[in-house]
Design a protein around this ligand. Sequence first.
Ligand code: NAI
Ligand code: MG
Length: 321
Amino acid sequence: MVQIAVVEGDGIGQEVIPVARAVIEAVRPDFSLYDVEVGYGRWKRTGSACDAETMESLRAADAILFGAVTTPPDPEYRSVLLQIRRDLDLYANIRPIRGDGFDLVIVRENTEGLYSGIEWREADRACTLRVITEKGSRRIARCACTLAKQRRHLTIGNKANVLKSDAFFLEICTREAEEAGVPCKAHYIDALCLDILMHPDRYDVIVTTNMFGDILSDAAAYLVGGLGLLPSANIGDKHAFFEPVHGSAPDIAGKNVANPIAAIKSAAMMLRHFGDTEHAAAVEEAVRLTVAKGTRTVDLGGATGTREFGEAVLGELGALI
Ligand code: NAI
Ligand code: MG
């Protein structure tokens, strides 16, 4: 039986994940879902935000559905997300963005680059090492090429004109695309940040390094009306982790106003990951129909609550499956 670890996290994670969970339960009663707690609450109680035992229960899952965790202003606290991404070697961060007349996927390298964690402070300067490896570049390029082969083409977001590390990344990605027979173009990342907003229809799969992908995908959220709408997958060779792009949103937490679409669409990505494209498409269609009928949360100009939006989606879904 497929085992899903569910981590609500905190803030609006505790509001949007129950909605996503209900959607999975509606379409796949054969999946077994179990809760795992990580984050600041656990850290305060036990001294560890994600101890060895917790990591084992995440590792044992066929997939993880994750809400969001708040980063507390505590210098002792270490990011759980970085720990999970590293321990489970979730090297590909995949962020699809679809709207009127465009359908693109940002494939971000998730383990190295400027976020490789090799950094230090000296008296009068601070340094962060930007490490790009052949292994890291090749596997993210292959992941992007596999996607691009099923779709249309590949864009390699880079700054090879300035950074040697990016010239290396570009070389490897170009070679992989050629070998895979995928049409590919290189694009400087700064210009790409503007062009993706002006001409999103020109893009399909975009592969880029860690921090560039982080910035590019948040900026691209503008295309669809905000962070509450964007799902993501973090994929490795052995593990898969699905989460909304947004964080715990403490400014709106506990008020039943958060938009659960990003969480629901993350659940749909999970279904697709298991090869269940039929239910994934039904879930996406149920969301589309709900919004089209005017049922909207506050961020989309409506007044529907998180829970009520979820119930409306389940209603549409019931008629589709
Ligand atoms: P955020 O994504 O939580 O919120 C940014 C803005 O977008 C806020 O105004 C929020 O109200 C709004 N927003 C986000 N999701 C929404 C939704 N579903 N519906 C309606 N509005 C939504 O980012 P922020 O404020 O920078 O971070 C808050 C906390 O979350 C921090 O502690 C941060 O470290 C953490 N965080 C955690 C992430 C994760 O666990 N994956 C990712 C990003 C941030
Ligand atoms: Mg980000």
